[in-house]
Structure formats: structure tokens, C-alpha cells
Design a protein around this ligand. Structure first.
Ligand SMILES: *[C@@H]1O[C@H](CO)[C@@H](O)[C@H](O)[C@H]1NC(C)=O
Ligand SMILES: *[C@@H]1O[C@H](CO)[C@@H](O)[C@H](O)[C@H]1NC(C)=O
Ligand SMILES: *[C@@H]1O[C@H](CO)[C@@H](O)[C@H](O)[C@H]1NC(C)=O
Ligand SMILES: *[C@@H]1O[C@H](CO)[C@@H](O)[C@H](O)[C@H]1NC(C)=O
Ligand SMILES: *[C@@H]1O[C@H](CO)[C@@H](O)[C@H](O)[C@H]1NC(C)=O
Ligand SMILES: *[C@@H]1O[C@H](CO)[C@@H](O)[C@H](O)[C@H]1NC(C)=O
Ligand SMILES: *[C@@H]1O[C@H](CO)[C@@H](O)[C@H](O)[C@H]1NC(C)=O
Ligand SMILES: *[C@@H]1O[C@H](CO)[C@@H](O)[C@H](O)[C@H]1NC(C)=O
Length: 527
């Protein structure tokens, strides 16, 4: 039986191979065991050098690519995507977001993503080969402030994870860094045989990759959007990503101020409680469940789990009605339906297998890129202190990954060591949300300041990257940029079409962060 989708795939496969011109990538049907989309898609492979620092070696790595062909032909060339993590599977993400991204890019561009090296089937980065080691490696990722013994345990866990990953992956762990990822993007551009220029849209970690490829190959950059921007200098050269969490508390508080502004659709709003009072009630709840976890069926809602649920829900305001419903149930001890709400809220994010691979990829890529090592616990404590000072909600969530990287035993063979000053062929468009708890607006301005003629489009909304905000204004500026290259006037601010807690559907892809919470992975491993 043919579904409509597979018929469309056949038609599009024929179109795209017959228009030809790119003999190095043969586009054909996608393997639906691995990827699906409601948009027509085609797939293909490209062999790239395994190790770009060994030009005489013939060893290659096969990148698996997925393309959503332009609706409007002839295509004005391809746009490449990276959805963050690092470690988000490119093909799956583009399969999911393809229909929306076709609209956002104006329909005249082919959209292409591939699973970056260190993810998916391309050098899958792995650290263990037995279930016990795997369970410890994944689930022992606790929050620094969960007890007074947590930080010491995390430091030891970091050493163990770094050792396990080195033992299993010492042959490939230095080949999956971001500079090689940047060269892969250029290899794909070369193989596409269009105009030789990179068009690119990167989200979250994808902005670090984008800033890196733009700095390494400024003359190869056509249009580029960096959306939900990380501070790439800190990503590479700091013992932790401090700036990344500098708007997190602001977004957390935004849950409660938005709630009291829409009391009819926010279950937590009750009586005349102010936003500050509601927020304090949730802080008190976090403290209470630290000592008195709440059993819900077979799940234990403790400090780690509750904070992870909150942090997960900060990807997009889409989750806020359910999150506040859940918090309200806990606060009023009316928990008979709380398990169902919790499962609806976080149960469907990623499969256990995907979640495991994401965590391995985050460690493998981010830690290999990081140039800083710290040799003992006491020397690391000021880093923890600074993370705690930066954010109360995220501060103790993030030491885990930083402590692993601080003790990592592998180093990417190539790391971009420049200063992110780039005179790109065409100017870059940056997008930053004022209430993005994962990548603050400040980082968008930080990177933009080094990129000639680039502009920051400010979005006055909550959630991670423009994908989390439904706004006609963003849509208009982004489609205009992809169609004509015209940038917004500096200082332009877009507003969401509707405030949080209204029922506006929001596009969201929430896959970068569940890799950092051991509690979610553990409690939801069988769901
Ligand atoms: C499709 O993907 C599955 C899962 O990775 C794999 O086992 C299978 O061999 C693939 N099929 C083809 C035709 O490549
Ligand atoms: C894609 O859809 C097919 C048919 O509905 C299904 O069998 C397959 O599991 C899906 N693949 C993925 C990766 O979701
Ligand atoms: C790479 O391939 C070329 C041509 O096929 C061959 O001459 C050369 O020996 C190969 N190099 C290595 C290191 O295998
Ligand atoms: C390097 O990796 C191999 C497996 O790929 C493993 O057998 C060996 O013990 C590792 N070396 C060290 C020093 O851990
Ligand atoms: C709500 O208002 C009543 C009466 O004005 C007051 O007694 C009470 O303390 C208020 N509650 C809160 C949570 O502010
Ligand atoms: C964190 O804040 C405390 C209290 O304000 C201060 O004493 C300490 O120096 C700060 N630490 C860092 C690393 O910023
Ligand atoms: C850590 O816990 C202490 C004591 O409960 C609290 O005062 C502090 O705000 C917490 N800090 C973070 C970042 O969680
Ligand atoms: C950007 O961030 C880096 C690292 O935090 C900092 O050293 C640099 O001064 C910042 N640049 C600007 C222009 O803010």
C-alpha cells in the first residue's frame, strides 16, 4: 500500500534527480523506519573526510541527509539547518519541522539537514557496553543543590563518565568537534554544486556551529540566521556556559506574571495571590519535596524531578498551562490526576534510546570542543558558585555537564581559536528572545557585534528561539530575509501574536535539554 506521503516522495524524488546538477548526492526515498514527515522528503548520502587534518587519508564518514524540496520551482538553492543540542538528530528534526520551515523560508529554497558527526548513525558516540554502566552514566546526573553531598558525587561521576567514554570511544572522540562539523557543512555545499555559498539557519548550539563556520569561511556565507544564540567564546573557552543562563530566572518569573495576567486559563492563579507569591510558593514546594518527595504511582516527584519538569517546560509557553496545572495539583495536595498530567507534560519528549544518544552526543561534542580542564574539585567550586549566582532555577542543573567536560580526556583535533570577528559575504541575521531561559538576548548582541553589518531581531517573548514564539512580525522579517536578503532595521522588536496562556499553537522542538536531567531519563525510561 502506498500512503499519500510515499507517492509524493516518489514524485519529488523523480523531480529532484531529473533536474540533476548534483551528481555527488543521489536523492531517493527516505528510510521511514528512521524518518518521517508530513512534507514531501527525499534522502541521500554524502561521504566526507573522516579527519580533515589528514588530507592524505582516504577514510571517509557517510553523512545521511534529508531534503524537503522547495515548493516553488525553480529552487533558489538550499538552506542547511542545525537544530542544536549539540546532538539533536538533524533529519528527524527537519522531518518534523519541514512544513513550517517551508513557509518561513518563502517556499523557494530546498531545506536540508543531516545528522551531525557524533549523532545518529554518523560516528555514534558511545561510552558504555553494559546496562549497569549505562544506567549509572545516565541517571546519576543529579542537581548540585539536591543535597549537601550532591556536588562531590557529581564531580566523581564526571570523572567516571569521562573515563568510560574515553575507554569506549578514544578512536573517534577527537573527530566529532564543531570545527569538523563546520567543514562538513562546506563539504555539503560543495557537493550540492549550486552557487558554492552556504545558506544556513541554526538554533541554539546550531548558532555556535554557525558562528564557527562563518568565522572560518566568511567568503562562503550567503544568508545565515542564528536564532537562540549561545555565547560561542564561553562554549569553547570557559569552564561553564555562564552567560547562557543569565535570562533563565527572568523567564521563570515570567511563568507567574503571565499566569496572574490570565487567571482564567492559568490553574495556578487563585484568589488575589501576586506573581511573586506564586513564585515563592513554587520555591517552597521545591524545598519541601527535597525532604518529602511525593509518590505518584511508580514515579517519585522529588526536587530533581520537579526542577527538571519546570526546566523542560521553559522551552516554550506552550507547556505553561499544563505545567501550572501540575504545580497547582501538588500545591493543593490534589494529586489524583497528577500522574496523567505529568505524563502528558513530559512523557512524550524523546524515547529512552534517543535520550541516551542525545546525552552521549552532548558530552562527546561539547566536551571535546571545550579547551578548559580543571584538575580538582576545590578548583571547580568557584565555577559552581558563579553558576548559582547566575541563575537560581538553572544554576544547579548545569554543573553536571560542566564537571564532566572539566575532566574529559579527549580533545577535538581542530578547534576554532579565533575571535568571532567575521566580514561575511552577506550579513547575518541574529534572533534573540528577551525571555529565553536557554539562550539570552545578550548573547545575540555579543556575537552580532563581531559580525559585519549583522542585525539582531529582538523578540519580546518567552521560550527558546523564534520557534517557540508565534509572531506574524517574526514571520514577515524572516521570509523577507530569505527572499530578498533584506535585514530588519536595527532596533526592530517583534511581539508575539498572543500572550502566554492563550491557546495559540506554538512550534516547538524540545530536545536539547532532557539530556541533562538524569531524573527525567530515569523516571520515564519505561514510558
Ligand atoms: C532503515 O533503517 C533501519 C534502522 O536504522 C535499518 O535497520 C534498515 O536497514 C534501513 N533500511 C534500509 C533499506 O536502509
Ligand atoms: C514512520 O511512519 C511509519 C508508518 O506510519 C512507521 O511505521 C514508522 O515507525 C515511522 N517512523 C518513525 C521514525 O517515526
Ligand atoms: C588513497 O587513495 C589513492 C588513490 O586511490 C591511493 O593512491 C592512496 O594510496 C590512498 N592513500 C591511503 C593512505 O590509503
Ligand atoms: C581505547 O579504545 C579501545 C576500544 O576502542 C579500548 O579497547 C582501549 O582500552 C581504549 N584505550 C584506553 C587507554 O582506554
Ligand atoms: C487576599 O486578600 C485578602 C483580603 O483583602 C487578604 O486578607 C489576604 O491576605 C490576601 N491574600 C493574598 C494571598 O494576598
Ligand atoms: C556569588 O555571590 C556571592 C554573594 O553575592 C558572592 O560573595 C560571590 O563572590 C559570588 N561568586 C561569584 C563566583 O561570582
Ligand atoms: C541552593 O540551596 C540553598 C539552600 O536551600 C539556597 O539558599 C540557594 O538559593 C540554592 N541555590 C541554587 C542555585 O539552587
Ligand atoms: C562577548 O562575550 C565574551 C565572553 O563572555 C566576552 O569576553 C566579550 O567581551 C563579549 N563581547 C562583547 C562585545 O560583549
Amino acid at each position: 500500500m502506498f500512503s499519500i506521503r510515499s507517492i509524493l516522495q516518489v514524485v519529488f524524488a523523480a523531480v529532484s534527480t531529473s533536474t540533476g546538477g548534483s551528481p555527488r548526492i543521489q536523492w531517493g526515498l527516505c528510510n521511514t523506519t528512521e524518518v518521517n514527515s508530513t512534507a514531501p522528503i527525499v534522502c541521500g548520502n554524502l561521504a566526507v573526510p573522516l579527519d580533515y587534518t589528514e588530507p592524505s587519508s582516504n577514510s571517509t564518514l557517510t553523512l545521511q541527509l534529508l531534503k524537503v524540496p522547495a515548493i516553488l520551482q525553480p529552487s533558489k538553492g538550499s538552506i542547511l539547518f542545525n537544530f542544536g543540542g549539540p546532538g539533536a538528530p538533524g533529519r528527524e528534526s527537519l522531518g518534523l519541522l519541514g512544513p513550517a520551515l517551508l513557509a518561513f523560508t518563502g517556499g523557494y529554497h530546498d531545506l536540508i539537514a543531516f545528522d551531525p558527526r557524533g549523532t545518529g548513525n554518523t560516528i555514534p558516540f558511545s561510552c558504555t557496553d553494559n546496562e549497569d554502566d549505562t544506567a549509572n552514566l545516565l541517571y546519576d546526573i543529579i542537581l548540585g543543590n539536591s543535597s549537601d553531598v550532591a556536588l562531590g558525587r557529581l564531580w566523581a561521576r564526571g570523572a567516571i563518565n569521562a573515563g568510560l567514554c574515553f575507554q569506549k570511544s578514544n578512536a573517534t572522540g577527537n573527530l566529532i568537534g564543531t570545527a569538523f562539523g563546520a567543514r562538513d557543512l562546506i563539504s555539503v555545499v560543495d557537493a550540492l554544486d549550486e552557487d558554492g555559498m552556504l545558506r544556513y539557519w541554526g538554533f541554539s548550539y546550531g548558532t555556535t556551529l554557525g558562528a564557527t563556520v562563518a568565522s572560518m569561511f566568511p567568503e562562503r556565507i550567503d544568508k545565515m540566521i542564528l536564532d537562540g544564540v549561545q555565547n560561542p567564546r564561553q562554549y569553547y573557552h570557559s569552564p561553564a556556559d555562564f552567560e547562557e543562563w543569565s535570562s533563565s530566572d527572568k523567564e521563570f518569573s515570567g511563568i507567574f506574571s503571565s499566569c496572574v495576567a490570565s487567571p482564567d486559563s492559568c490553574p495556578l492563579a487563585r484568589g488575589n495571590a501576586t506573581a511573586a507569591e506564586l513564585e515563592q510558593a513554587v520555591w517552597n514546594l521545591l524545598d519541601t519535596v527535597k525532604y518529602h518527595p511525593i509518590p505518584l504511582g511508580r514515579i517519585m516527584v522529588d526536587y530533581d524531578l520537579l526542577k527538571a519538569v519546570i526546566v523542560q517546560s521553559m522551552y516554550s509557553t506552550y507547556y505553561w498551562p499544563l505545567l501550572t496545572k501540575f504545580l497547582h495539583m501538588l500545591l493543593t495536595s490534589d494529586t489524583k490526576d497528577a500522574l496523567a498530567v505529568l505524563i502528558e507534560l513530559v512523557g512524550d519528549t524523546t524515547t529512552p534510546e534517543e535520550s541516551k544518544q542525545l546525552f552521549m552526543s552532548v558530552m562527546g561534542i561539547h566536551c571535546a570542543d571545550r579547551t578548559v580542564r580543571v584538575s580538582n574539585f576545590d578548583d571547580f567550586l568557584p565555577v559552581v558558585d558563579q553558576l548559582y549566582n547566575t541563575s537560581k532555577i538553572f544554576g544547579d542543573v548545569t554543573p553536571a555537564i560542566s564537571m564532566i567536560c572539566a575532566q574529559w580526556k579527549m580533545k577535538a583535533k581542530e578547534v576554532y581559536m579565533g575571535n568571532f570577528q567575521a566580514n561575511t559575504k552577506k550579513p547575518v541575521l541574529f534572533i534573540g528572545n528577551t525571555g529565553d531561559g536557554f539562550t539570552p538576548l545578550a548573547s545575540a548582541y555579543n556575537v552580532s557585534s563581531g559580525f559585519k553589518d549583522s542585525v539582531v531581531l529582538e523578540v519580546d517573548g518567552y521560550g527558546h528561539s523564534s520557534l517557540a514564539v508565534t509572531s506574524t512580525c517574526i514571520y514577515n522579517h524572516v521570509t523577507e530575509y530569505w527572499s530578498t536578503g533584506t535585514l530588519p532595521t536595527p532596533g526592530t522588536v517583534c511581539h508575539p501574536n498572543a500572550p502566554p496562556f492563550s491557546s495559540t499553537p506554538t512550534l516547538v522542538k524540545r530536545d536539547a535539554f532532557d539530556d541533562i536531567s538524569g531524573a527525567l531519563r530515569k523516571e520515564f525510561r519505561h514510558i
